[in-house]
Design a binder for this molecule. Structure first.
Ligand code: SF4
Length: 364
């Protein structure tokens, strides 16, 4: 179901919503062919109008799982299902799940005692689990396993007496959750210019970790600045910036220098989508724009453009990209070339507490 599970689109009848759009082998290629079969459009200057479509794009394994958790919880327990914070940072996903009976809240206190609550893909601090226990909530944890990995690293290094420098965006839910694992040991650095402020108790025992959805290039710039002050700074045991973030950035980098304009489908509060827009400009696109929906695209952005790049953040259903492609085709951008820089096949199992209940329901 995630971007790594195949190609093409279909909808799941069991779920019956646009959120349930799933990728299957073949259909995507047919869509491209159908678009390409139409008459080639030529500008006044004689240049062909085309779209370079980055792949991988859209749903990652963690988002796919988190959305499925809410869908399955609605099917199994019935509405309403409470979700603490946006399950993933995408307007369309949140609106669609709301229409199905999900109620999005900011904190556990808004959830009635004894009700079911899903924790979002971005992860939560340990105190949030504790609050849920105190309110007798049935908690289902949709935290992405790759975020959980960073939490575990933070706990382990804190227990071993390390100072931890967390590179991330202040106020982002993932950062709040990770810092909550070891608040006394973690300091946040939000960009290279903040490297100077770090103070540690033992410069030989410091490690950096990061938010999963950062710009790879900017993070390494921050690490370089930190190393000027802390030469013995240790790197995380494995990449904290996740495979999906890295793959989408590499894909957009690959097309950006050939594009006049890059359109990134994604929401403004989506960190990885925002980074895609920045990476596109840094990699040579004349301009890059972030839109939730096709109707937000301005005709003016395309003035004089012959090549438009298109990608989408890790929380964006493919149906929204298809709508943008249709919008572009109506304006003469009928020649679509999908540029693939990586294949993704990673999937994550549903949380054990939900799997257990699904099994029990299947037996009864
Ligand atoms: S962007 Fe990465 S860390 Fe975030 S949910 Fe997707 S796979 Fe997990």
């Amino acid at each position: 179901m995630g971007a790594g599970r195949g190609e093409g689109l279909t909808t799941s009848g069991a779920v019956g919503s646009v959120v349930a759009v799933r990728r299957q082998s073949g259909t995507g290629a047919r869509t491209m062919a159908a678009v390409s079969d139409t008459a080639e459009t030529v500008t006044g200057a004689g240049a062909r109008k085309r779209v370079l479509l980055a792949k991988p794009r859209g749903y990652c394994a963690g988002v796919d799982r988190a959305v499925e958790v809410v869908e399955k919880a609605l099917d199994l327990y019935g509405a309403p299902i409470y979700v603490r914070k946006q399950i993933v940072h995408n307007r369309h996903v949140v609106e669609t799940l709301t229409a199905r009976g999900a109620i999005f809240v900011e904190e556990n206190e808004e959830v009635p005692e004894g009700a079911t609550v899903v924790f979002s893909a971005h992860g939560v601090a340990p105190e949030v689990y504790e609050q849920a226990r105190e309110r007798n909530l049935k908690a289902i944890d949709a935290t992405c396993p790759l975020v959980t990995k960073v939490h575990q690293e933070a706990k382990r290094f804190a227990n071993d007496g390390y100072d931890i420098v967390l590179i991330g965006h202040e106020g982002h839910e993932e950062v709040i959750g990770t810092m909550g694992e070891a608040p006394a040991s973690i300091q946040l650095v939000d960009g290279p210019d903040e490297a100077e402020k770090i103070q540690v108790k033992d410069p030989s025992k410091v490690v950096w970790l990061s938010q999963t959805t950062l710009s790879v290039d900017e993070t390494m710039e921050t690490v370089d600045r930190l190393k000027q002050k802390l030469p013995l700074l240790q790197a995380p045991p494995s990449d904290d910036i996740c495979y999906a973030t890295q793959n989408r950035q590499l894909a957009v980098k690959d097309i950006a220098s050939r594009c006049d304009v890059v359109i990134v489908v994604g929401s403004v509060n989506s960190s990885n989508s925002q980074r895609l827009r920045e990476v596109a400009v840094d990699a040579g696109a004349r301009a890059a724009y972030l839109v939730d929906f096709d109707h937000e695209i301005s005709e003016e952005w395309l003035e004089g453009a012959t090549t438009v790049g298109l990608t989408s953040g890790a929380s964006v259903p493919e149906a929204l990209v298809e709508q943008v492609l249709a919008w572009l085709a109506e304006r003469g951008f009928t020649d679509v070339e999908e540029v693939t820089t990586a294949e993704e096949r990673l999937t994550f199992a549903l949380p054990p507490e939900l799997r257990r209940d699904l099994k029990a329901a299947a037996r009864s």
